[in-house]
Design a protein around this ligand. Structure first.
Ligand code: ADP
Ligand code: C5P
Ligand code: MG
Length: 241
């Protein structure tokens, strides 16, 4: 249950109620991750920095990962692809590996808590404070699970809007050996995307956080729409233009 939302400059925190409903409005971001182990014992997360979280939305093959690489290069973000984290779980033979693999093969959504915990672990152990969370949230359930577990909201949401036929073409040409990059699974993924993505987009549009990018044309043409979103934020770690 949410206690209150506190706006800090351009960041919005939504702190949830933890530990016997005691007042948590003064908790800092790292303290909202868990009630058990203080962050300082878990990783090197920069406690003096407010996190800056960008969610990256878009259908399969819309170019999320490709554009994220360019944002990382220019603005020093840490790129966390939810799909990559799930594939890493499969590769590491984790207890959930088989379930994740079957879900991905079917183009369905992995239970939200599992995905959020993987993202949480990466964020907690990072020494960065700027995160691109790519391919997440895929659904309202994903979104709500993130807010509840992490106690924070994104600052910026990018939505790569791409026609279906272009996405299909790109995915079929991706050639990364992915089990889900075949026409049967792509059709299922597009159906899931159509059914679940719009409410997420609408939610963030109404909050004034959504940047819709027309994801057609060359990689550089698309990035011309993305760059100003971050350039206007004046990060001190902006490395290359
Ligand atoms: P997503 O992460 O959204 O699934 P990717 O970034 O992996 O998409 O891109 C899917 C495929 O399309 C990749 O092979 C990538 O190199 C290619 N690609 C990305 N952007 C473009 C573009 N603007 N035009 C043509 N191909 C692209
Ligand atoms: O984003 P990407 O294309 O790498 O995702 C691959 C698959 O991983 C999705 O089709 C879905 O099965 C799973 N996934 C998920 N939940 C997310 C992100 C990805 O279940 N938030
Ligand atoms: Mg991707």
């Amino acid at each position: 249950m949410w206690r209150r939302a506190v706006s800090v400059s351009h960041f919005t925190f939504a702190h949830k109620s933890i530990a016997h409903n005691k007042d948590v409005c003064k908790l800092k971001f790292w303290e909202t991750f868990t009630t058990e182990t203080p962050m300082k014992e878990k990783g090197t997360f920069q406690r003096d920095k407010t996190p800056f979280i960008t969610f990256v939305l878009g259908g399969p093959g819309s170019g999320k990962g490709t554009q994220c690489m360019k944002i990382v290069e220019n603005f020093g973000f840490t790129h966390l692809s939810a799909g990559d984290l799930l594939r890493r779980e499969i590769a590491s033979n984790s207890a959930d590996g088989t379930m994740i693999l079957n879900t991905i093969k079917e183009g369905k959504i992995v239970p939200s808590e599992l995905t959020v915990r993987l993202i949480q672990k990466e964020m907690e152990s990072s020494d960065n404070y700027k995160f691109l969370i790519d391919g997440f949230p895929r659904s309202e359930e994903n979104r709500i699970a993130f807010e509840q577990i992490m106690g924070v909201e994104p600052d910026v949401v990018l939505f790569f809007d791409c026609p279906e036929d272009e996405m299909v073409k790109r995915v079929l040409n991706r050639n990364q050996g992915r089990v889900d990059d075949n026409i049967v699974t792509i059709k299922k993924r597009l159906k899931v995307f159509d059914a679940l993505n719009l409410p997420v987009v609408k939610y963030y549009m109404e909050k004034g956080k959504l940047y819709k990018i027309r994801a057609v044309g060359s990689v550089d043409e698309i990035y011309k729409q993305v760059y100003p979103v971050f350039a206007s934020l004046n990060f001190e770690q902006q490395v290359r233009e």
